[in-house]
Design a protein. Structure first.
Length: 481
């Protein structure tokens, strides 16, 4: 298991670093020559060579795996069953790294991607959604098995993956680099495998038509009124109101001042755009600079209002978020908790959705922007039964212990939970733990660390990021008798 954990961590880091810059989305012989491919520098001593490879499976997070003369080969594109041609780029102790240069025998599940830059935004655009969900379900099952998580019970199977209600146009944010060092400036994602090469982006299938329309306006502005101080442009959108918020990242304050003077007349006329904010690259933690209109967005779901700002975390797929909330409410109704602990609470999403099923809620959040809007949401929702503890979870262990929660909701970052937090949660009189993870490997590790005091009762994947290799997993742990 140790060797697997090392290999998995290495591959996950490699993939996220090189292949997902947007996230930190025929039955004929197919050539990839017109599409950008990975441009790794081959390892010292490795002579670049080509070979044919039959893809066995896709391993999380999104690397195609094949065998050549008994050796594992990982490459960037290929569907299970396809015969492809690859070039070997690097030799590791236990496997080879390659890039795919040609699809020789495509499988029926292969389809044409909608985005020309699909490898940067959503590499799974090349397959049917049915195949995508099957692959992701298999990946989760394999990870749980590799980590020896005792779920599902012997003879059982994982609950079905919950598909996304939308597989295109679902993302409520997009962030692109502005490339000025070219004859004509353009918006771009980083090309997979390169820190310097970029892929032009005019529109993206993962965001709404309104967001793409605003991207077109930015494209015109950078071409006709260049401002080299602006390094990145981000667009966020409210699902419920459809309002748009633009965020300009600048090298200095002068760039934002010039954007207000030169770009604002054009931007303020854009339909749906309710605000423009500025952030300085050298000080990302500073308060946003107001340029135009409102500096925040608001989501309204029945009786819950959630306001958030330019630097806040908010789930990118609101419709899928509501499906998670439905599941959590079902579990809480069974548990009938008196006190609910919400860790890594963000702007209060789960606190406010679940507070009517608890007598008290203690939420812990550390990011200043999230804390600011959590307090704003307390006012909006008139929630007297929710208390916010600002600070890092590990610094609030005494307060967590004193609160004596009966149910805990955990939504940590990708790295998962610190061991000292798990120790604390095992000592207090919790009955249930609900854990939403964006990394199945760190989830599997943490589930084992909770044992034997807590055992997994349900583990279910939710596809928050269709057409990409990523998924979120919701787990329910109950205290062992």
């Amino acid at each position: 298991m140790v060797s697997y954990v090392f290999l998995f961590t290495y591959l996950s880091t490699l993939y996220l670093f090189f292949f997902c810059p947007s996230i930190f989305p025929g039955q004929r012989k197919t050539s990839l020559a017109l599409n950008p491919v990975i441009s790794f520098v081959p390892s010292a001593g490795i002579k670049l060579r080509a070979m044919e490879l039959r893809i066995e499976k896709i391993v999380y997070p999104g690397r195609a795996l094949g065998l050549h003369e008994g050796r594992v080969v990982f490459t960037d594109e290929g569907l299970p069953g396809e015969l492809i041609r690859v070039e070997i780029l690097a030799e590791r102790k236990n496997f080879l790294e390659a890039k795919t240069v040609e699809i020789l025998e495509p499988v029926p599940g292969r389809i044409e991607p909608r985005c020309s830059h699909y490898r940067a935004c959503s590499p799974y655009q090349i397959m049917t959604y049915e195949l995508e969900t099957k692959i992701k379900s298999g990946q989760l099952a394999e990870i749980l098995s590799r980590f020896k998580v005792p779920y599902p019970p012997a003879g059982g199977k994982l609950p079905d993956l919950v598909p996304s209600p939308q597989i295109y146009g679902y993302r409520n944010k997009i962030k692109l680099a502005v490339v000025w060092e070219s004859p004509q400036p353009f918006l771009a994602y980083h090309e997979p495998g390169s820190l310097t090469d970029l892929l032009p982006v005019e529109n993206c299938a993962l965001v709404s038509s309104e967001a793409n329309f605003l991207l077109s306006a930015f494209k015109e502005l950078i071409e006709t009124s260049p401002l080299p101080a602006i390094s990145q442009i981000e667009i966020r959108q409210s699902f419920s109101s459809r309002a748009l918020l633009a965020i300009l990242y600048s090298e200095n304050k002068l760039g934002l001042t010039e954007a207000a003077r030169r770009w604002l007349p054009r931007l303020s006329a854009q339909p749906g755009l309710t605000g423009v904010a500025g952030l300085l690259n050298r000080d990302p933690g500073a308060r946003p600079v107001p340029i135009y209109g409102q500096l925040d967005l608001e989501e309204k779901f029945e009786k819950v209002s959630l306001r958030y700002g330019p630097a806040c975390f908010f789930q990118v797929n609101p419709l899928q978020l509501l499906k998670v909330v439905e599941e959590l409410k079902t579990w809480l109704k069974e548990s009938k908790p008196a006190r609910l602990l919400d860790l890594y609470a963000g702007v209060g999403t789960f606190s406010f959705f679940l507070s009517n099923l608890a007598s008290e809620v203690l939420a812990v959040e550390s990011e200043p922007a999230n804390v600011f809007y959590f307090k704003e949401n307390l006012r909006l929702n008139e929630a007297a039964d929710i208390k916010l503890a600002a600070g890092h979870v590990e610094q609030r262990l005494k307060e967590i212990t004193t609160f004596q929660p009966e149910v805990a909701m955990l939504d940590p970052p990708r790295k998962g939970l610190e061991p000292e937090l798990i120790v604390t949660l095992k000592k207090i009189p919790l009955r249930s733990i609900f854990y939403l993870s964006c990394d199945p490997a760190t989830l599997a590790r943490d589930l084992n660390r909770f044992r034997p005091e807590f055992e997994p009762q349900t583990i279910r994947a939710f596809d928050f990021f269709p057409r990409t290799p990523h998924l979120e997993v919701l787990s329910r742990l109950e205290r062992a008798d």
